[in-house]
Design a binder for this molecule. Structure first.
Ligand SMILES: CC(=O)N[C@H](C=O)[C@@H](O)[C@H](O)[C@H](O)COP(=O)(O)O
Length: 237
């Protein structure tokens, strides 16, 4: 793959806000119509890229905004066991065919469902599809591994989602900082970033870009934060 192809896609999102427009099963906003509208709203407000899941959403988002899309295909909801973010080459091919400029995939050393390995997947994406690969990692070790496997950029996406414990509330800015130090690759801060101050903190430790999903594009979860905190609808007058 040519270096300028990587540079163009990575340069387009540099120092910017990428908005993740995803709706899982059970979310009434699931589907390309609503995800494209979410992406358009984000674009109007200054997003420099969109992260989207599945060929239909990716194609709709791309057509509606023209923004570079970080494409994934998920085989399970966030926090599922094992590798579920773009696990196979066929998944990567489908998101690039739909218009993704960057493919994101699980960048950990965990076994992949098809028995494949990350280095081979990345080489195939580079050689056959000609787009850069973002490795979603959960730790510095995984970041180093993904770098060795040929990833073009790292993201903190999986921090807090691969262990046995509950998912923390806060974003893992420390991991972003550690990944910046650990390899020469650009690092995207992603996961549980809810406030502009948190995004700023990520840039302060050297993030290349920041991805925000739930806090912008998931009204169901945003409402749940309020109702949980307020105890509604059981709140006493
Ligand atoms: C762990 C996992 O599978 N994360 C997924 C990756 O695509 C999405 O469910 C997240 O919404 C996305 O990473 C953005 O993060 P947040 O929604 O916290 O801003």
């Amino acid at each position: 793959m040519k270096g300028d192809t990587v540079g163009t896609a990575l340069g387009a999102i540099e120092s910017g806000l990428v908005v993740s427009c995803q709706a899982a099963e059970g979310n009434p906003l699931r589907g390309p119509r609503f995800m494209a509208a979410m992406a358009q709203a984000a674009a109007v407000a200054g997003a420099t890229g969109i992260r989207a899941e599945g060929a239909d959403d990716i194609a709709a988002v791309r057509a509606a905004t023209g923004l570079p899309v970080i494409g994934i295909r998920k085989t399970g909801p966030a926090g599922s066991d094992g590798v579920y973010i773009t696990p196979t080459y066929a998944d990567a091919e489908s998101v690039v065919a739909a218009g993704a400029a960057i493919v994101a995939t699980d960048g950990t050393a965990r076994p992949r469902p098809d028995g494949g390995d990350l280095a081979t997947l990345i080489a195939q994406v580079h050689d056959r599809l000609g787009v850069p690969v973002m490795a979603d990692v959960d730790s510095v070790e995984a970041g180093r591994y993904a770098h060795e496997c040929g990833a073009d950029l790292l993201a903190s996406t999986l921090s807090g989602y691969t262990g046995p414990g509950p998912v923390p509330d806060e974003p893992d800015i420390e991991l972003v900082a550690a990944l910046v130090r650990a390899t020469p690759l650009p690092v995207v801060a992603e996961g549980r970033i809810r406030a502009p101050e948190e995004a700023r903190a990520a840039f302060a430790v050297g993030a290349h870009a920041v991805v925000v999903g739930t806090a912008i594009t998931n009204p169901m979860e945003i409402t749940r934060r309020f109702t949980t905190a307020l105890g509604t609808p059981r709140r006493e007058k």
